[in-house]
Design a protein around this ligand. Structure first.
Ligand code: DC
Length: 224
């Protein structure tokens, strides 16, 4: 019997890395729902479909085909996997993912992924809206500062020196705080802890510690 594990939480809490590694350890598929929102936002923005124009949005969405294949994101057969990982798309995805018409259009696509077997799904509402019956649900978070430090490291390859006022670190931190606000105060599917989810603050944990915690919980649940 296939099963779904969900990992929700804010940007930079370490969800992607952990979800990917957990899926690999469990020998099941990994579903990055953020990548789907990013791809859609990129294409809508490129086609100049403004967030306020609901009818036009609906029509555009009906013509966009998003596929996840071998870890790649394809939009109408174009591979956009690289293009969706930029600060500009961070912002676009935050704006477009707040629209009910967009969320509705992407719900079925996310749920369909279960057809291909068990999955570790990662996102903002995967445990609450997309897969409410998931076998195990997690909510991963970390302080904005810890998340900004991680993102800084990802971008620059070095640790942020917090004794100096580093403009890039400051900008990353402000962007995280701003995105948190958008993602948690929007009317549709705001970021929230799904009912029954295991809550984990990863601020002071290493990646391996988080992974072990998740795998222990999953294995215990699967053996019941
Ligand atoms: O996890 P991420 O940074 O790749 O997500 C990109 C954006 O998409 C982010 O603003 C939150 C949004 N998102 C969402 O609203 N629901 C999801 N299930 C996944 C992502």
């Amino acid at each position: 019997m296939s099963y779904v594990i969900t990992i929700d939480g804010p940007a930079g809490a370490g969800k992607s890395t952990i979800a990917k590694r957990a899926a690999q350890e469990l020998g099941i598929n990994y579903l990055d729902t953020g990548a789907i929102y990013r791809a859609i936002a990129l294409i809508l923005a490129e086609a100049e479909v403004k967030p306020g124009n609901e009818e036009y949005l609906r029509e555009a969405l009906s013509k966009i085909r998003v596929e996840l294949r071998d870890g790649k994101v394809l939009v109408n057969d174009f591979d956009v996997s690289g293009e969706i990982r930029t600060p500009e798309v961070d912002e676009l995805a935050s704006v477009y993912s707040a629209l009910p018409v967009v969320r509705q259009a992407l719900l079925g696509l996310q749920q369909e992924q279960e057809k291909h077997g068990s999955i570790v799904a990662e996102g903002r509402d995967v445990g609450s809206v997309v897969f409410p019956n998931a076998r195990v649900k997690f909510f991963l978070t970390a302080s904005p500062e810890a998340r900004a430090r991680r993102r800084y490291f990802q971008r620059t390859g070095k640790e942020a020196d917090l004794s100096q006022s580093d403009t890039e670190y400051g900008e990353i931190l402000s962007a995280i705080i701003e995105r948190d606000k958008n993602d948690s105060t929007r009317d549709t599917a705001p970021l929230s802890i799904p009912e029954g989810a295991v809550y984990l603050d990863t601020s002071d944990m290493t990646e391996n510690q988080v992974l072990s915690f998740i795998l222990d919980h999953v294995k215990a649940a699967l053996s019941q």
